[in-house]
Structures are given as structure tokens and as C-alpha cells.
Design a protein around this ligand. Structure first.
Ligand SMILES: NC(=O)c1ccc[n+]([C@@H]2O[C@H](COP(=O)([O-])OP(=O)(O)OC[C@H]3O[C@@H](n4cnc5c(N)ncnc54)[C@H](OP(=O)(O)O)[C@@H]3O)[C@@H](O)[C@H]2O)c1
Length: 286
């Protein structure tokens, strides 16, 4: 869906075939314009599922991650389904790269009303006593400082939209610690702290802050990244769990929160599979 009145954009953004067009905002005398959603970490797992789902909801999705080949495939898939999306190369640990994200948002084909801070992950499952400083550094850089950097860059556009939403994909690890999870839970606790603080600081301005906290989600890469490519160790996390959450389940939560009327702020949404009553209490059939 091409929109009127945004200079210099129509040559950058290919028009999709004929998307659903429910997400709109702003536009003034030109009428409502397609709302733009930015999703970080959109090249796999929860981010890719969220990008697909938000496009189906009628957003023009700016899909950001480092692996642009993956993003190109995702954009093609969204366009085949009649949605609109643009791939953006972005490393959330780089100021320069995130500046590019900000520029893309400024040139977007409509008001930027939604940011989903999803890029992140875990590395290692070592005790604090012997955990790798490098792993902790990576987790802090991507999950925490990445969220900070991207949110700072995009808040002006979200405020200007008059109806902005910041989603932070933290985790149940943002509320509960577990043995071996020191680095990841510290990073996710920090993301949870950012969400709470930002909500207080933005009170009175037109941007709501939503924290999504998934429990066990079976995605293709999360475990592989955590265990340095060890597929057996990654698979063991989900062994015997009948139905762990999948990426689409979390995307569904993001989409539901983000499409409530703008005065409704879902502060925190904790979502786990039925088989996981708590971090330490998982029902396994084998
Ligand atoms: N899976 C779970 O059980 C679970 C549970 C709770 C919360 N979460 C959280 O949900 C989010 C997504 O997890 P997932 O399971 O979908 O994992 P995933 O498939 O490994 O996805 C992680 C995404 O983050 C991106 N990313 C990593 N480093 C980046 C960087 N420096 N700059 C930009 N993007 C970067 C990756 O893309 P590139 O490598 O292409 O950059 C990838 O798209 C994470 O924040 C994770 O902590 C996951």
C-alpha cells in the first residue's frame, strides 16, 4: 500500500499486491496513512513471526536484523501474502547502524506507531562462579543496550505519531532467576527495568510501553545460539515437553497488545506453555 504525502519514499518502498489495511494513523487532509511497525531481530524466530503477523494486521513492517538474506526472504514472503515490508540491515549493538534505522523510520511510508524490541538472546548456561565475561557482555549489549539504543532512536517518531507503542520482548527470566542463568536473567531483568522506567517517564505523552515475557518458546535458533551451535544440547531443553510455545504464539501476544485501543496499556504479559507452571516446574512426558 503506497501512501500519499511522504516525500522521497515511494521510490524506496515497493508497493505490495493488496494488503489488509487496518493499521492506520495520522495523514491529516490526505486521509489515514498506513502505520509503520519496526521489529528488531526479525530474521528468525519470534521476530520473524511478529513481522509476518503485524503485516497481516495491516502494518507496513520495517524488519531489522543483521542477516539481510533472511530478511529479504521474509519480505518476499510477506509481499506474496499481500502485506508490505521493508528489510533493514541493523546491528543493535552499533550506534552507527541504529542511526540508519532512525533514518529509515524518518523516510517510512507512514507514521511510525509501533516498535518491537525483540533482538536478543542468551549465551551459555554457566554458574556465576565460572561464567564467561564475554558471554555476559554479549547478552548485555544485545538485549539491554540494544533496546536502549533503538528505543532512543525511534522515540521521536513514536511521539510524533501521536499514538506510539513500544514493545519490549523481555522474558520470564526478567522476573525469576535460575541456576546457570545469571547472565541472561540479569540482562532480561534489566530489560524489564527499562520497560517499567520508560512507562513512568513517558506518562502524559502519547506512547505506551508494553512488556512481553515469554516462558519456554521453541524457536529454531535460540538454543543453538545459547549453546554455541550444539544442536543436541539445544534440543534437550524441549525434550518431552508436549507443546512448548512457538514463535507464532508470542507474535499473537504482541499483535493483540499492540492492536488494543491506544488508551489501553497492557503493562506486562507473561505467557508460558501449559506444561511450564514456573521456570523450575516443567511437565515432561519422557
Ligand atoms: N526462545 C525462547 O524461549 C525465549 C523466551 C523468552 C524470551 N525470548 C526472547 O525473545 C527474543 C527472540 O528470541 P528467539 O527465540 O526468536 O531467538 P532467535 O531466533 O535466536 O532470534 C534472535 C534474533 O535477534 C537478532 N539479533 C541478534 N543479535 C543482534 C544484533 N546485534 N543486532 C540485531 N539483531 C540481532 C537475530 O538476528 P541476526 O542474527 O540476523 O542479527 C535474530 O533475528 C529474544 O530477545 C529472546 O531473549 C526468547
Amino acid at each position: 500500500m503506497r501512501t500519499a504525502g511522504v516525500a522521497g519514499v515511494t521510490d524506496l518502498i515497493p508497493a505490495p499486491a493488496g494488503p489488509p489495511a487496518r493499521a492506520t494513523g495520522g495523514g491529516g487532509e490526505n486521509g489515514p496513512m498506513t502505520s509503520v511497525a519496526i521489529v528488531t531481530g526479525a530474521s528468525s524466530g519470534i521476530g520473524a513471526a511478529t513481522a509476518r503477523r503485524l503485516a497481516a494486521e495491516g502494518f507496513h513492517v520495517l524488519a531489522a536484523a543483521r542477516r539481510t538474506d533472511r530478511l529479504a526472504g521474509l519480505v518476499a514472503e510477506i509481499e506474496r501474502a499481500g502485506g508490505a515490508a521493508t528489510a533493514l540491515a541493523c546491528d543493535v549493538t552499533s550506534d552507527e547502524s541504529v542511526a540508519g534505522l532512525r533514518a529509515a523510520a524518518e523516510a517510512a511510508p507512514g507514521p511510525v506507531t509501533l516498535l518491537v524490541n525483540n533482538a536478543g538472546g542468551a549465551r551459555g548456561l554457566d554458574p556465576v562462579e565460572s561464567g564467561s565475561v564475554g558471554d555476559w557482555q554479549w547478552m548485555y549489549d544485545v538485549n539491554v543496550l540494544g533496546t536502549l539504543r533503538v528505543t532512543q532512536a525511534l522515540l521521536p517518531a513514536l511521539v510524533a505519531s501521536g499514538a506510539g507503542t513500544v514493545v519490549i520482548v523481555s522474558s520470564t527470566a526478567g522476573h525469576t532467576v535460575y541456576e546457570g542463568g545469571g547472565g541472561y536473567t540479569a540482562a532480561k531483568h534489566a530489560q524489564t527495568a527499562i520497560a517499567g522506567t520508560l512507562r513512568l517517564e513517558l506518562c502524559g505523552r502519547p506512547v505506551r510501553v508494553i512488556e512481553i515475557d515469554p516462558g519456554m518458546v521453541k524457536t529454531d535458533e535460540f538454543g543453538l545460539v545459547r549453546f554455541g551451535g550444539d544442536a543436541e544440547r539445544a534440543a534437550a531443553v524441549y525434550a518431552g515437553v508436549a507443546e512448548p510455545l512457538v514463535a507464532d504464539d508470542v507474535a499473537d501476544c504482541v499483535a493483540w497488545c499492540a492492536t488494543r485501543p491506544h488508551h489501553v496499556n497492557i503493562d506486562q504479559l507473561v505467557v508460558r506453555p501449559l506444561a511450564q507452571a514456573a521456570q523450575h516446574k516443567v511437565h515432561r512426558t519422557s
